[in-house]
Design a protein around this ligand. Sequence first.
Ligand SMILES: [Zn+2]
Length: 223
Amino acid sequence: MTPPHPPSRPLVSRAGRYLVIHEESFADAGLSSNVYVTEQDGKYYIFDASGSPDLLSYVEVTGIHRGYIAGVILTHGHYDHVRGLKSVAGLDLPVFISKKDEALMKSTVGKVSAKGFESPEGVAVLESLSLKAVATPGHTPGSTCFYSERDGLLISGDTVFPEGYFGRTDLPGGSDAEMLASLELVSKLDVETMLPGHDMPVLEHASESIRASLACAKSMLRP
Ligand SMILES: [Zn+2]
């Protein structure tokens, strides 16, 4: 649902080392995702690009100048998470996405050169942020969560949502069986803070929330 008066300033909050730009901020662009921004050694990394082709303006309003943005990391290739890449096109920033979702991303944003998480650059960037890429297919073939053991934090994309919800599996490339296996996998992680692609971040005891999503999925999906 689109609010009648889109906010002229982004709705922003904090989750540990991450700045949260809530999806409602981009409502004037239609369907969008949450955007998370974190900093390491003076460089800023953006997780998911929102559905707004004007993403950078929103990021800059939070006080982060575009010159300090060092890369964009994508949980998957759906348009509501990648369309904002159009606004960073002139910056020549590295973009990271699973190779399995690269074509899906390009179907929205055209020719963007992207690297996989296994590339030396991808490994180095994620390591610098104390994150590991966890392949979690099911919502899309290349859906990826990012886990920090140090921070007890999971960037969960459209795989896990709060309050027992999980990503839909009925879109092209979706799979019930893969979603169940992915939820099993992330439910074994020790997660305090969960940053989902939609809805509100879970700021404590997120593992409980993930286990609720797994239980719900087991009752709804076919293995
Ligand atoms: Zn999606």
